[in-house]
Design a protein around this ligand. Structure first.
Ligand code: PEP
Length: 251
């Protein structure tokens, strides 16, 4: 059965001390809560990964927010999937819309990153989602299907089953505008159908599909109640332990 997941994406926030303090605070709250059915992940900046893994305990997994599209070598400033894995991190967020739009992350690059992540034992949290213009012109299903096909459909069913998807409509990220529960379920069901057509029902039904975009304690319950929404990728609301816990406990 697929996992419920709540993953924080801190983006470029929190210095090292602040970040480790946040991991410890979340950990403490999780120790005192009875949460059995949710995988909790914190997606930290690269420089936090090693310390975050030490502070995380057994109730929190750590994710990087990116990795290089090459294995190693003369790529100044890059961080490889192998380096991320060596910190004890288990996940890597790939294809976030901010990376696609600000850093030229193409599907071609993402194929290489996904492959390197999997080779190094990392689970990719692969982000997809349309911009407002694409939704308004009715192209959102096509856009999302293409992003999945271009970035992931080269994988065997065995490798694909190690991937987590995050549907993040770009118009909802950091805007305070959340997709409605119906919009989220409609897209998640479409994504699962797309996966079933390619890999069959078993793989599709075992894939966790997270929703991301202005998810907060006040709307998480309604979003997560949908049959095809298996949790959330959380930006702003993952930066405060109390808000993040409010989302984790929404299941
Ligand atoms: C994100 O950037 O992945 C995200 C979902 O951000 P926010 O929750 O702040 O909209």
């Amino acid at each position: 059965m697929r996992k419920n997941i709540v993953a924080g994406n801190w983006k470029m926030n929190k210095n090292l001390n602040e970040g480790i303090a946040l991991v410890k605070e979340i950990n403490e709250k999780l120790e005192n809560a009875d949460i059995k059915n949710v995988e909790v992940i914190v997606g930290t900046p690269f420089i936090h990964l090693s310390e975050a893994n030490k502070a995380a305990g057994s109730k929190i997994a750590v994710a990087a927010q990116n990795c290089a599209d090459e294995a190693h070598g003369a790529y100044t400033g890059e961080i490889s999937a192998e380096m991320v894995a060596s910190t004890g991190s288990k996940y890597v967020i790939l294809g976030h819309s901010e990376r696609r739009s600000y850093y030229g992350e193409t599907s071609e690059k993402l194929v290489k990153k996904v492959d390197l992540a999997l080779t190094n034992g990392l689970t990719p949290i692969f982000c997809i989602g349309e911009v407002l213009e694409e939704r308004e012109s009715g192209k959102h299903f096509e856009v999302v299907k293409n992003q999945i096909a271009e970035g992931l459909f080269h994988l065997s069913a065995e490798d694909f089953s190690k991937v987590v998807l995050a549907y993040e409509p770009v118009w909802a990220i950091g805007t305070g505008v959340t997709a409605s529960s119906e919009q989220a379920q409609e897209m998640h069901a479409f994504i699962r159908k797309t996966l079933a057509e390619k890999y069959g029902d078993a793989v599709a039904n075992n894939t966790s599909i997270l929703y991301g975009g202005s998810c907060k304690p006040s709307n998480a319950k309604e979003l997560f109640a949908n049959a095809d929404v298996d949790g959330g990728l959380i930006g702003g609301a993952s930066l405060k332990a109390e808000d993040f816990m409010g989302i984790i406990t929404a299941f």
